[in-house]
Design a protein around this ligand. Structure first.
Ligand SMILES: CC(C)(COP(=O)(O)OP(=O)(O)OC[C@H]1O[C@@H](n2cnc3c(N)ncnc32)[C@H](O)[C@@H]1OP(=O)(O)O)[C@@H](O)C(=O)NCCC(=O)NCCS
Length: 187
């Protein structure tokens, strides 16, 4: 049974619960969040997403537990970079350490993918460090296909390595898949 999670627009109300996630070692390893963490970063990050929401180039969702209005914040699901002219978007996701390993990211990326398709976006991209097994598994379970492997890519400032590009194309996929096959986002 997939966990009941809900995506709601991320807002200032979520910042307090979000802040510790920005200092999690795996988040620092696999995203472009500043390392060492900067105390003001969550607020600056939200301001960037608020601006992107206003001009249609970004969207941030809080992943909430359950169906009630006051569900716990489990993570964030992001449209990092939306290009409405080409119909392409880079998506991403992170889950709080205590909520991992029970299908939260898989459920959230499925909902994020459905949202992006509803927006008329046709080519959805997840950029994942090759050694990020969990994230690659999530991508494949959500119907994304490995399109490209880039050696010696910049995974985050100061860290190079192998990057994988997973793509969901509305032409080849249709609706989000429920694949069970096994397998650094910029966020
Ligand atoms: C990657 C991440 C989003 C996965 O979140 P999650 O909610 O644990 O993912 P799911 O539970 O949906 O996992 C799907 C599958 O991947 C597996 N998996 C998750 N993390 C894993 C890991 N670190 N190593 C190996 N497998 C992993 C899960 O066990 C599950 O498989 P199973 O059903 O057979 O057990 C989460 O670990 C995270 O936030 N990491 C840090 C930030 C990050 O890497 N973001 C993605 C950037 S591209």
């Amino acid at each position: 049974m997939p966990p009941a999670v809900r995506l709601v627009p991320f807002s200032a109300a979520h910042l307090e619960a979000f802040a510790p996630m920005t200092a999690d070692p795996d988040v620092l390893r696999y995203t472009r969040f500043p390392d060492p963490p900067e105390p003001d970063f969550p607020r600056v990050w939200l301001a960037r997403y608020d601006a992107g929401r206003a001009d249609g180039t970004k969207e941030a969702f809080a992943i909430l537990d359950g169906v009630g209005d006051d569900g716990e914040l489990l993570g964030v699901a992001l449209a990092v970079d939306v290009d409405r002219a080409t119909g392409e978007a880079e998506l991403g996701c992170l889950v709080a350490p205590g909520a991992r390993g029970r299908g939260v990211a898989t459920a959230a990326v499925r909902q994020l993918t459905a949202w992006a398709l509803e927006q008329g976006l046709a080519r959805l991209v997840l950029m994942i460090a090759a050694d990020n097994t969990g994230s690659r598994t999530v991508a494949e379970r959500c119907g994304y296909a490995l399109e490209r492997v880039e050696e010696d890519a910049e995974l985050r400032p100061g860290r190079r390595g192998t990057l994988t590009l997973y793509v969901f194309s509305s032409e080849s996929n249709g609706a989000p898949q429920d694949s069970r096959s096994s397998g650094g986002g910029t966020l």
